[in-house]
Design a protein. Structure first.
Length: 427
């Protein structure tokens, strides 16, 4: 009898122990916080985020990060639909030009002051990101920033009788080199001298490079006024870009699908592009190429560049333990170590001011050119990036496709850009 009682007692203890273990497991499972991260589908970034998430989860076993990406032309619509359906992700990677509209629509929340204050943000980051401050608050924090540079095909330069080690310094030299490296059969391009395209980088080069070099500050200090046509030189800058395709015929928007494709194929001599495409050129451009700073109007003249970035925002309803988890992930994403990894694997430049002077980065013959560009880079203060982009593209196409007078198209474009700004700030 005593043996039976002892066995029963041991069985009860065993059951209680097993129940306790299951309870601990359930408690452990319930303690895990899952957060969601969205970005657009840029292969190098998607692969990098997957690697970073794996590393982050190893360092933070109580947090799981689920990443999802969408094609660029669908991404904004996906965000809007998710917000309206109350199915938004916890953290978004968005273009800096979307910030004002996303704030206005109440899609995202300010960066919590106890996480990173405005003063700490401005101490940590390059000054360029201050363009994204809205209502004296920061709503996003980037991992990386971007500038532009001129890529040139040394082999096509040599074939055209040009010095392959001497890229153009001025815009007139670019046009001259473009003419010498262009091969046409009637109206059809067999080889382009320059990857001319308004919907790629041209839409940024006009206001932030050419207009500034022609002596025009594109926007008023309070950002309320579009000043592109405040001087007669404004239309001259606009016309210069258009003349490259209409008069000089050194490139065309329809040549070989995209500038990246046309240059990588070896059939375009020059292209203006960002560091984010370095990996694509290294992988696909099977010829000797180089990178140099953007042209100026005359040697020793004003240098200017366009700076931009994709940046991380916390969506409006994130709070409690999820907010704590998101902040840990955000801290990981903006760390200097992650920024170095991002440069190596994606090609975008570190956003931290301290890394702008990094010897290893500055000694790289390619990245050093983009870092130099950052010193004179300006990020356009968009209020509704999508609308503003379409207005510029449409204005150029009115001239190139429909023979609209250049000055007429230019002034109408400025008027429409001003209407977008007025509508945004009047609401």
């Amino acid at each position: 009898m005593r043996v039976e009682k002892l066995v029963i007692a041991l069985m009860i203890v065993l059951v209680l122990l097993l129940a306790g273990c299951k309870s601990d497991e359930a408690s452990s499972d319930s303690d895990e916080v899952t957060i969601t991260y969205w970005q657009y589908t840029f292969p190098a970034k998607v692969e990098e985020i997957d690697r970073l998430i794996e590393k982050f989860e190893e360092e933070n076993p109580g947090i799981k990060v689920e990443a999802q990406d969408f094609p660029y032309d669908q991404y904004n619509d996906k965000i809007t639909a998710a917000m309206h359906a109350n199915k938004a992700p916890d953290i978004l990677n968005i273009y800096y030009g979307w910030i004002p509209n996303f704030v206005k629509l109440d899609y995202i929340q300010p960066i919590p002051e106890d996480f990173m204050s405005t003063e700490e943000i401005e101490d940590y980051y390059l000054p360029m990101i201050q363009t994204s401050k809205f209502d004296d608050k920061y709503y996003t924090l980037p991992t990386a920033v971007r500038s532009l540079a001129l890529f040139w095909n040394k082999e096509l330069f040599e074939e055209a009788g040009l010095d392959p080690e001497q890229p153009p310094v001025t815009w007139d030299e670019l046009v001259d080199n473009g003419i010498k490296t262009t091969i046409r059969d009637g109206d059809r391009y067999e080889q382009a001298g320059f990857a001319w395209n308004i919907s790629a980088q041209g839409q940024h080069v006009i206001p932030q490079v050419l207009l500034r070099q022609y002596g025009i500050e594109p926007y008023s200090e309070d950002q309320l006024t579009v000043q592109w046509n405040e001087k007669p030189q404004g239309v001259d800058a606009f016309k210069f870009w258009i003349d490259m395709t209409t008069d000089h015929k050194i490139g065309d928007a329809d040549f070989m699908d995209t500038p990246v494709t046309s240059f990588s194929s070896g059939r375009t001599a020059m292209v203006i592009d960002g560091s984010f495409n370095i990996a694509a050129y290294k992988e696909n451009a099977d010829f000797d190429w180089g990178v140099t700073t953007l042209p100026v109007l005359e040697e020793g003249g004003l240098e200017s560049n366009f700076g931009s970035y994709w940046t991380n925002a916390i969506t409006k309803d994130v709070s409690g333990e999820k907010l704590e988890a998101v902040q840990k992930f955000l801290e990981f994403l903006i760390s200097e170590k992650t920024q170095r990894d991002w440069l190596e694997n994606v090609g975008e430049l570190p956003a931290a001011a301290s890394l702008a002077e990094d010897e290893d980065i500055n000694s790289d013959p390619i990245y050093a050119v983009f870092l130099e560009g950052l010193e004179v880079a300006h990020a356009t203060p968009f209020v509704h990036e999508e609308k503003e982009r379409d207005i510029v593209i449409n204005a150029v196409e009115k001239v190139t496709l429909h023979n609209t007078d250049v000055e007429e198209a230019f002034n109408q474009m400025v008027e429409e850009l001003q209407e977008v700004r007025d509508e945004f700030y009047d609401d």
